[in-house]
Design a protein around this ligand. Sequence first.
Ligand code: UGA
Length: 434
Amino acid sequence: MKIAVVGTGYVGLVTGTCFAETGNQVICVDIDENKIGRLNKGEIPIYEPGLDVLFDRNVAEGRLKFTTNLAEGIKEAQIIFLALPTPPGEDGSADLKYILKVADDLGPLLERYAVIVDKSTVPVGTAEKVRAAIAKSAKVEFDVVSNPEFLREGVAVEDFMKPDRVVVGTNSSKAQKTMEKLYAPLVRQGNPVIFMDERSAEMTKYAANSFLAMKITFMNEIANLCERVGANVDDIRRGIGTDSRIGKRFLFAGIGYGGSCFPKDVQALAKTSRDYDYDFRILNSVMAVNEDQKKRLMPLVQDYFEGELKDKTIAVWGLAFKPYTDDIREAPALENIKALLSAGAKVTVYDPEAMDNVKRILGDQVTFCHTPYAALDDADALMIFTEWPQFRTPDFEKMDKLMKNKVVFDGRNLYELDVMREMGYTYYSIGREA
Ligand code: UGA
């Protein structure tokens, strides 16, 4: 099939590349000339494991192309994906200006029937708005469907190629057939394409992300209580996760969820609820608890150093909001580093992917190190914010020699308590005995 993808951000680029991989002709469109220039030179502007192989193959085989010209990009498209940003406004609602602008532009350009697909996470009712915007000037028949994405950064290619499910919202049987054909190669293992109306599809995305954020937050509160009652949250996780009604995944307590999706989507669903005069109380608690959770380790650090962080060197491992990404949006590390700096501490940091992004924000306020061990040189303590695999089994003896004190504040529960105890570390983690 011939596909256009408007917006070459994270979602658009993964969508375009993966649909090229399943044999379609894909043109990605973006107004950012610099980005399209880089893509045309074979440079991928985001870090996503596995994307480069598919990208290179499909560009080389002529199935994946890039342009800044919307008319040219959509000329022959049977399906047009809108993968545009929906940044949160001050009140938490998703700003639709980019999507509606493209919808306005699309109307007069459509030359034949096309299915226009909302891929971005958009509030209930957006498909109707997009349809109305296109209809103002369209001369041909078209359908607008909602097809939310469930990709996780860092494993997006795998999530795309082997989805648990695909959700498509449409009342048009013609659009349904087109979407069935498009997704057929991806759902061969029996995972379904679930068709529903547009509003339900739009709501499904917010419900999924908010549920997961709630699941994590619930475990974070259990962890906080575990610390008080003297229980171990890791055991609780194993004890409840084996119940298939609860499930093993997304039960890891930690320093709070971050990233570009959960915080934004929970906020947006709360806003939608308010707009419809409904007080979604659980969501309000999820947001409040997560804000506190991100600050969870700082009082322990303050207590350990008896409020005197001036001239102390704190090493930080992990800046990205999670492993396998360079994304630092809403990352707990940033907030904590700022708190350390304002308490007068010297901060040395290491992250395998995210240091350039942090450099743009913090400049030379912190020392960027090329290895995790370099960050430990003369450090008074280590704080861990991201569970990169390389942090899981460090050379503790080497750490000993480098650090001034054997103290670790671990926001991701990477180490066994008894191992740390045996090695003589003072070890603080989340939801486990200190
Ligand atoms: C999330 C969803 O998982 C995707 O399904 C969805 O498509 C995506 O948002 C989106 O809306 O675009 P993502 O934000 O990439 O994906 O990252 P996750 O892997 O879901 O992690 C989110 C946050 O939760 C991270 O800060 C992570 O550290 C935290 N987390 C996750 C925990 O604290 N504990 C867990 O057990 C799992």
